[in-house]
Design a protein around this ligand. Structure first.
Ligand SMILES: Nc1nc2c(ncn2[C@@H]2O[C@H](COP(=O)(O)OP(=O)(O)OP(=O)(O)O)[C@@H](O)[C@H]2O)c(=O)[nH]1
Ligand SMILES: [Mg+2]
Length: 426
């Protein structure tokens, strides 16, 4: 069912456009290989959204390989589950991988890279496994992922590997999940961001968006990609050639804002349940009497631009339009980052707080001038903007644990999410 109420049209459009964009993405195809128990599933669940190894649809493609995918996540994984690598099995696995590579060559399913997992505290690798790694490396770029890396034994193993001179594209030590040594001594996760970085260097550019969407090990990186895109979009849309428009026509900005918010959502990926997105988007424009997000947004924005009193009733220039739109994009990215982080940590998200946070960040961002907005891009290198948003959220959380949202709106939002079929969780 579609909502006929204007209030929801823009939201619906953003959601639909986001879905279309994700569908358009060229999916990433990664093979995760290694002996049973080394930590392949743990790796998958911590690198990709939605605990893909547990919740994705697993489909056996050959005797030893299964394919894992999930609707809405533009990635296809293959893994070798429960494999004891004795020499005869190893030969079969190699043949199956070679067949898969050959069969999928030049198709959408073509494999891009391999994570070959070895437990970092093994003292050595069997000759036959070395042979398998070499063979796979001859047809695909392999990242040797050294799982459950702890201290000296991992260091020794790395040195031993170095001496083997394997023809792999990269080596990465990781700890995918906190590792408890004793009750008070826990090794925190590490190495996953580096793995993301190394993967991006190996997969084709066309697959970067899909990979960024699917991964959740480096949320700052998602935010960075979104900001880079948003600032380019704003520059081309409101730069040279943007004819000033009368303020009363502010709604012509809506399609541009729809594009902006949809693309940002597509870069992030939308694990968050759909009610969250709907209410988040509604908050962007103010839930109250807003009929159209864009229009209210622009009108509200002027309240926050210093000296804008003189512009009201006048003309919106490219500069003004780009300030408003940048601030909108930035705030949205900041809030999505927080939601993504909370989700990854399995923490609940307070919708009321999120709504307040969007408005709060928007107010902050809109009062920055164009130069400051631009330099916020650089600032992002040190994650200052994200930290600010995060701190604001935390202090709001401390202040109050729930903010009342009018019942009518709550009902409408949950009804919308319920009825909006493609977004219902299965
Ligand atoms: N703490 C911690 N435990 C890990 C880590 N990686 C693997 N483990 C543990 O090692 C065991 C096996 O991990 P899995 O991820 O199931 O191994 P797998 O490679 O998928 O095994 P198969 O599916 O049988 O091939 C699990 O009990 C995990 O909890 C890690 O990074 N940290
Ligand atoms: Mg597994």
């Amino acid at each position: 069912m579609k909502f006929t109420d204007n209030k929801y049209n823009m939201i619906q459009e953003i959601l639909e456009k986001t879905e279309a964009e994700i569908e358009k993405m060229k999916p990433v195809n990664i093979l995760i290989a290694g002996k049973t128990g080394v930590g392949k599933s743990t790796l998958i669940n911590n690198v990709f959204r939605e605990k893909l190894a547990d919740t994705g649809i697993g489909k056996p493609v050959t005797t030893h390989l299964r394919q894992i995918s999930k609707e809405g996540i533009p990635i296809v994984l293959y893994d070798t589950r429960g494999l004891e690598l004795d020499p005869s099995v190893q030969k079969k696995v190699k043949d199956e991988i070679f067949d898969l590579v050959k069969q999928n060559k030049n198709t959408k399913e073509a494999l891009h890279a391999v994570y070959y997992c070895i437990q970092a505290n093994s003292s050595r690798i069997e000759e036959t496994e070395i042979d398998l790694i070499k063979k796979i490396s001859s047809v695909l770029p392999v990242i040797l992922v050294l799982t459950q890396s702890i201290g000296k034994s991992a260091e020794d193993f790395n040195r031993y590997l170095d001496n083997l001179n394997l023809p792999v594209a990269a080596v990465q030590n990781i700890m995918a999940e906190p590792y408890e040594i004793t009750d008070d001594y826990v090794i925190p996760p590490f190495g996953l961001k580096e793995l993301i970085d190394k993967t991006l260097q190996l997969i084709p550019k066309e697959a970067h968006d899909a990979f960024m969407n699917a991964q959740h090990a480096d949320i700052e990186r998602k935010a960075k990609a979104a900001r880079r895109w948003a600032s380019r979009y704003v520059a081309t849309t409101f730069g040279v050639g943007f004819a000033p428009i009368p303020f009363s026509d502010a709604s012509v900005l809506i399609p541009m804002q729809v594009t902006l918010l949809a693309h940002i959502t597509a870069i992030f990926g939308i694990s968050m349940d759909k009610a969250t997105i709907v209410s988040l988007l509604a908050a962007v424009g103010g839930t109250g009497s807003a009929t159209m997000i864009g229009k209210t947004l622009v009108a509200n924005a002027f309240k926050f631009i210093p000296g804008a009193g003189t512009i009201i009733g006048g003309i919106i220039s490219g500069t003004t339009a780009s300030i408003v739109t940048s601030a909108l994009g930035l705030s949205y990215i900041e809030v999505l980052s927080i939601i993504a982080t909370k989700e990854k940590e399995g923490e609940s998200i307070d919708l009321g707080l999120i709504e307040r946070l969007v408005r709060n960040q928007f107010k902050k961002n809109i009062t920055l001038n164009r130069k400051e907005l631009k330099s916020k891009d650089l600032e992002f290198g040190s994650d200052e903007a994200l930290k600010d948003a995060y701190n604001t959220y935390e202090s709001m959380e401390e202040e109050s644990h729930s903010v009342s949202v009018p019942k009518k709106i709550k009902r409408a939002l949950s009804k919308f999410a319920e009825n909006h079929k493609p977004f219902n969780k299965k």
